[in-house]
Design a protein around this ligand. Sequence first.
Ligand code: G1P
Length: 297
Amino acid sequence: MRNKVTKAIFPVAGLGTRFLPATKSVPKEIMTLVDRPLIQYAIDEARAAGIKEFIFVTSRGKGALEDYFDHAPTLEQELRKKGKNDLLEVLKNTNMESGAIAYIRQHKALGLGHAVWCARRLIGDEPFAVILPDDVIAAEKPCLQQMVEAYEETGGNMVAAMEVPPEKASSYGMLDIAEDMGNMVDVKGMVEKPETSKSPSNLAVIGRYILSPHVLKNLNKIKSGSGGEIQLTDAIAAEIEQNRKVYGYRFSGQRFDCGSKSGFLQATVSFGLAREDLRDDLSAYLRDIMSVDAAAQ
Ligand code: G1P
């Protein structure tokens, strides 16, 4: 039997400079889509995929994340006293079983590969997931769950994949495809943020990974790569050189790049429109401003 994937790493050490001044005092992952912080979407997706242990790789100034996943006795007591059971229910998803969540500090910003490597002792010798909370994916079946189901058949390593316009290749890890099997591709190489003309395909890695523990061993040896950082992409590509499998999984769903302002705004509108309690107001407003905009042109 293949090992079940029960551990996930959430790299959350980044400074979030693209969202300054907000991120001067609020961790980027606490920034809110409608009424839930980004990190809550990532945790909910992990839970749906069967993850039981949540490992956060953090840095200085991320204390709000620890508080967010802690009980809030005064608040809960107050809500209970007022009979606000619906709100108590909403808070339930922010609670973690004792011991289910761990925080490790990445002492230096040496890149995503280094952040994942910081969690190596908590992973041990098991396959594990990595979720980048900046990539928010709206899907009927949560993306990581789709991948875990596919991984149960394939084993190896699996990365979420999505076609991107050629001029965007330099923002992503890009896949070199050996065989395209539809929603799954067999990967023969990976390049982190190539120049447009050097990208092996238009298929980009999106921030969901299921990785073999060998990748952590590879990270022991990886030298800094693209942007002078230790790249997770390079440690996964090394798996291929060592004759282990890497698959790209074309997930179904819509991905929002919440690491960019425009992506964050798009996600806010889209998640707002998906909410029954907000849909009518928000769509009426959007129609209004669009027609004013059209009339002005
Ligand atoms: C990271 C990875 C990259 C991947 C991307 C997906 O880059 O290094 O391979 O394609 O996430 O969002 P970042 O966006 O953190 O620079």
